[in-house]
Design a protein around this ligand. Structure first.
Ligand code: 1BN
Ligand code: ZN
Length: 319
C-alpha cells in the first residue's frame, strides 16, 4: 500500500513537471501581480460607472494620476476637444519610461466607461451606465500594474515605453455621426485627438499595443483585421510569444474582422499598432459587465505577455 502511494506521488510530480515544461518554453521571470491588477480593477469599479460627466469619471482621473506618480513617473495630461462630439472636452493621461532606444513602444487602454448598456437583455436597463469591469477597468488595471513592475528596469529596456490612458473611447453610436472614414466617428475621441495632435511624434513610435477587455474568465484574443492587414508582423510576433508562454488557448490565430478602437487613428497615420481585444465577451455593453466576471489569471496572462515583450523586443519586422 505504501509503495503504491509513493509511486503515485512520483507519477503525479513527473506529470506536473512535463506540464510546466510544455506550458512555457521561455523563462518568464515576472513581478506582475495578479492580485494588484485585480485590486486596480476593483478600485475603479468601486467608484461607479466612469462615463463622461460622472463623478466617477473625475475620480478615476485623479486615481490614475496619483497612482502613476506614486510609482515614480511624471503623469502628463493631453487636454482636447472631442473631435466629433460637440461641447465635449477630454483628458488623455500618459507617462514615459526611458529605455536604451529613444523609440517608443506605446502601451495603451481606455479608462472611461460606457454611459448606456444597449446590449442588455432587459430593455428597461439599457439606458443606464455600465460598470465596465472588463470594458475599461481591466485593461487600465493591467497597464497600471505594468507601469509599477517596469519602473525598476528604467534605462535598461531595449525601447522606451509610453503608457497612454485614453479618455472618451466608449460613447460611440450616440451622436448620429455618419462618418466617411473609420476615424470620423463618435467612438475613440481621445485616441483620434492624441494621434492627430502628434503628442508622441509619429516617427518616434516603434509600434503600439492597445489593450481592451482583457479580464474575462475565458478570453478569446483574435487579430483585428485592419491592423492585421497593415501590421501582420506585430500580431505574428505577439501571438507566437504568447504561444511560447503557454497562452495558446487565449491567443488564437484567427481574425475578428475590422474593429474600430483606439489603435485605429494610429493605423490611419501608418503608425504600426495592434489591438489585443476579446470581442467574445458575453457581457459587452450590458449591466452584467461587473467585477465578478474578472479573472485574475487572465489579467496576469495579458500583463506578463506584454511585460515579456517590452523587456525582450528586438527586431520584429521578419515575423
Ligand atoms: C470596445 C469596447 N469597443 C467599445 N468598447 C469598440 C467597439 C465598438 C467594438 C463597437 C465593437 C463595436
Ligand atoms: Zn465599450
Amino acid at each position: 500500500m505504501k509503495k503504491i502511494y509513493i509511486l503515485s506521488i512520483l507519477i503525479l510530480s513527473s506529470l506536473s513537471c512535463t506540464d510546466n515544461a510544455k506550458a512555457s518554453e521561455i523563462d518568464n521571470k515576472t513581478d506582475f501581480s495578479k492580485k494588484n491588477a485585480f485590486e486596480y480593477v476593483k478600485k475603479q469599479t468601486d467608484m461607479g460607472s466612469r462615463y463622461y460627466g460622472s463623478d466617477a469619471h473625475k475620480n478615476v482621473k485623479i486615481f490614475l494620476k496619483e497612482t502613476i506618480n506614486s510609482f515614480g513617473y511624471n503623469s502628463l495630461s493631453h487636454n482636447f476637444d472631442a473631435p466629433y462630439i460637440k461641447d465635449r472636452k477630454g483628458e488623455n493621461i500618459y507617462a514615459f519610461l526611458k529605455g536604451k532606444s529613444d523609440k517608443y513602444i506605446v502601451i495603451s487602454t481606455h479608462f472611461d466607461s460606457r454611459s448606456i448598456a444597449e446590449k442588455d437583455p432587459n430593455p428597461f436597463d439599457r439606458n443606464d451606465p455600465i460598470s465596465g469591469a472588463n470594458d475599461g477597468a481591466s485593461s487600465t488595471a493591467v497597464v497600471l500594474e505594468l507601469m509599477r513592475v517596469l519602473k525598476q528596469y528604467e534605462n535598461e529596456l531595449p525601447y522606451s515605453v509610453a503608457f497612454v490612458f485614453f479618455d472618451l473611447e466608449d460613447d460611440g453610436g450616440l451622436f448620429n455621426i455618419d462618418g466617411e472614414s473609420f476615424t470620423q466617428t463618435d467612438w475613440i475621441q481621445g485616441s483620434i485627438a492624441f494621434a492627430n495632435d502628434n503628442i508622441i511624434p509619429s516617427d518616434q513610435i516603434y509600434f503600439g499595443i492597445l489593450l481592451d477587455m482583457v479580464g474575462s474568465f475565458d478570453p478569446e484574443f483574435k487579430y483585428e483585421s485592419y491592423a492585421y492587414t497593415k501590421n501582420g508582423y506585430i500580431y505574428n510576433y505577439v501571438w507566437s510569444t504568447a504561444k511560447k508562454l503557454g497562452y495558446s488557448n487565449e491567443f488564437i490565430n484567427k481574425q475578428y474582422g475590422v474593429i474600430v478602437d483606439d489603435h485605429t487613428p494610429f493605423l490611419e497615420l501608418n503608425i504600426p499598432f495592434i489591438d489585443i481585444i476579446d470581442m467574445n465577451y458575453s457581457y459587452h455593453h450590458t449591466q452584467a459587465d461587473t467585477i465578478d466576471k474578472i479573472s485574475e489569471d487572465s489579467l496576469y496572462k495579458v500583463g506578463s505577455l506584454v511585460e515579456y515583450i517590452i523587456k525582450n523586443t528586438d527586431d520584429i519586422k521578419n515575423y
